[in-house]
Design a protein around this ligand. Structure first.
Ligand SMILES: [Zn+2]
Ligand SMILES: [Zn+2]
Length: 652
């Protein structure tokens, strides 16, 4: 038989060979690192016999398929360890996932992460036992009887749901046997480094009507150093997690009684939120935007007119009926702005008209995908709709692009890339079906981007349902890239809403609409800033900009007068009047990530000045108050991002 390998070369063998033996024949090193195989595109075990002409890939941990087999084998090892420790536990499914694995298990007793240590210790034993995984099949009736005998009801259900002609396969390692299609490693001994990472509830088959099972997540690597590196990255992500920092800094809260995915901004968080709102609104005002306020609820008919009902319904909350009329919580406010445009007759001289709103929107997100203020069911979009003539498209897109980069400069955002998002012509369900409209819009936007001279890549199937868009994607400190800013070109909605303007020749024309968002959603942007800065915000965004710390009660009066002056200058200042040691007060203010601390004692009172400590340099020495106030106001006005002291000095 002739085996064609990945690199195009081929090998001839006289008789059937296992994938592993073929790997050995290629090289011992490859055989050592091999995790699985791929025959004609289908993933198989290393133990699978090859007996006919085919193409064969040997998959190592570096290949997704190899890593999957490796991690999935680890899930079997975990299940075996759990069955040893909890013989009555019932297993359901245990797949590999992007960077690890999980297993959903029903326990008689409820367990928590404290159980991990014992489970991991048992897993270590199983790895050391180096048990070979043995593959076998059973006819359906026997398979069901076998799993019934093992008291594994979920497995019985899984077998019953397999198609009549399915091969029902099992893998046995030592005393443990699992129903599984594979592929797996040859033996448990290869799994040198693993860690159980978290525990969560998961409904059997994801259905809330079913029993809640315990999902245990873990990950594994061929080398301990790789595991350590991964865990360090995970730890960094945890430390930057905006939900953790948001809680520590009292920025926002969530409560299931309020509702999942409905975060509430606390005074400090809302202070930041308002700063962002004022910041972007001022920029927009200076560019001729007019701001409006529109309701969060609209009729279903409104969204039928816009097309959202046809193309976006699964992202919306269901309709509610009152007085025979159907309403929905709005997922976006484009239709509202279309109606504001339509409220008045327009001449070509009025255009462009730029309508902006920090708009409250609601989208249905499955509870599993909710994440603090980064992904909620309610959020506020930094939205605007620009109504332009076809001739104005280029200038207006160019202004939006300038605004995006101007804003990024203020926030120190440098890691981003531009994407021209186009429709997928094959996806007629998602996209408004009008090829001519699409070609016009896509060509126009591409041409404008080329003329402006920005670098971009093109991606198919990423467009909005009504038109192509320029997306600006940022790469956050942790996690995957996402779209922060967008500018979308729309020939579709203005026509659906029958929008018009009177052109210079007296004819009625339809305007073109640009949908754009700069900060995206304010909430998500705040999450982004929290994670980028680890809560060390620039002075202008800090909820508390200066903290006044009297050394003792004796200096209260002087401290109060300093506080008054700071507040009168418009600086957000607080005072710590507790009878705590000054070192403790400073440490607490540092944990709150306050940019400036004024330490006031006898010397300061006598000299009528202040001693400044900062998050940036530590001890900044004695200063006169007026000079300090001027410096802080300059930093606020200039949106200055001062360099932070390193963490080492920070701890002193
Ligand atoms: Zn398996
Ligand atoms: Zn819009």
């Amino acid at each position: 038989m002739k085996i064609t390998l990945k690199d195009g070369s081929s090998k001839d063998y006289a008789g059937a060979m296992s994938v592993l033996d073929i790997a050995k024949d290629i090289s011992e090193g490859l055989a050592r690192n091999a995790c699985a195989g791929e025959i004609d595109g289908e993933r198989v075990d290393l133990r699978t016999m090859v007996d006919k002409d085919c193409t064969l890939n040997i998959l190592t941990f570096a290949d997704q398929g190899g890593a999957d087999a490796f991690r999935h084998t680890t899930s079997h090892i975990m299940a075996q360890a759990i069955k040893r420790l909890y013989p009555t536990a019932k297993l359901s499914i245990g797949p590999s996932i992007e960077d690890g694995f999980y297993y959903d298990i029903e326990f008689d007793e409820s367990i928590n992460e404290e159980a991990f240590e014992a489970i991991e210790a048992e897993m270590k034993k199983i790895v050391k036992e180096d048990l070979p995984l043995e593959y076998f099949t059973k006819p359906r009736a026997e398979a069901i009887a076998y799993m019934e005998e093992q008291k594994e009801p979920y497995k019985v259900e899984l077998i019953r749901d397999l198609p009549e002609d399915a091969v029902i396969s099992f893998y046995k390692q030592g005393e443990f046997t699992d129903l599984c299609a594979g592929p797996h490693l040859m033996s448990t001994g290869k799994v040198k480094a693993f860690k159980l990472t978290k525990l969560a509830g998961a409904y059997w088959r994801g259905n809330v009507e079913n029993k809640m099972l315990t999902r245990i997540y873990g990950t594994s690597f061929p080398k301990a150093s790789e595991l350590e590196e991964y865990l360090a990255k995970l730890e960094e992500a945890k430390n930057r997690d905006h939900r953790k920092i948001g809680k520590e800094l009292s920025l926002f809260m969530t409560d299931d009684l309020i509702g999942k995915g409905l975060p509430m901004f606390l005074p400090k968080g809302y202070t930041m939120w308002m700063e962002l709102e004022n910041y972007i609104k001022e920029k927009e005002r200076n560019l001729g935007y007019q701001h409006v306020m529109t309701p969060c609820v609209g009729t279903v008919a409104l969204y039928q007119t816009s097309g959202h009902w046809d193309h976006y319904k699964e992202n919306m909350f269901p309709a509610m009926e009152v007085e025979g009329e159907n309403f929905v919580l709005r997922p976006m406010n484009c239709p509202h702005h279309m109606m504001i445009y339509a409220n008045k007759r327009h001449s070509y001289r009025d255009l462009p008209i730029r309508i902006g709103e920090i708009a409250h929107d609601f989208r249905f997100e499955p509870s599993g995908s909710l994440k603090g203020i980064e992904r909620g069911r309610h959020f506020c979009q930094n939205d605007a709709h620009l109504f332009v003539t076809p001739e104005q498209i280029k200038d207006e897109v160019s202004r939006v692009v300038d605004l995006i980069f101007d804003v990024y400069k203020d926030f120190g955002i440098t890691d981003y890339r531009c994407v021209l998002s186009l429709r997928d012509p094959a996806d007629t369900k998602k996209y408004h079906p009008d090829d001519e409209m699409w070609n016009t819009a896509e060509n126009a936007l591409r041409q404008v981007l080329n003329e402006i001279g920005i670098e971009f890549t093109e991606e198919i199937g990423e467009a909005a349902f009504y038109g192509p868009k320029l997306d600006v994607n940022v790469k956050p400190a942790v996690g995957t890239e996402y779209t922060l800013s967008t500018c979308q070109l729309d020939f579709c909605l203005p026509a659906k809403f029958n929008l018009k303007y009177i052109d210079s020749d007296g004819s009625e024309q339809t305007p073109v609409v640009l949908h754009r968002a700069i900060l995206g959603s304010l909430d998500r942007f705040m999450a982004y800033i929290i994670e980028e800065t680890k809560g060390k915000f620039p002075v202008w965004l800090s909820p508390v900009q200066v903290k006044v710390l009297p050394i003792s009660d004796k200096y209260q009066e002087y401290s109060k007068s300093v506080l008054q002056k700071l507040k009168a200058a418009g600086i957000r200042a607080e005072m710590d009047l507790r009878t705590e040691k000054i070192g403790y007060k400073i440490r607490e203010a540092r944990l709150e990530k306050v940019p400036y601390m004024l330490v006031l004692g006898q010397k300061e009172e006598e000299n009528g000045n202040i001693a400044v400590r900062s998050r940036f340099l530590g001890d900044e020495g004695s200063r006169d108050l007026d000079g300090f106030i001027k410096q802080v106001l300059d930093e606020i006005a200039g949106k200055v991002i001062r360099e932070e002291v390193n963490e080492e000095t920070d701890r002193k």
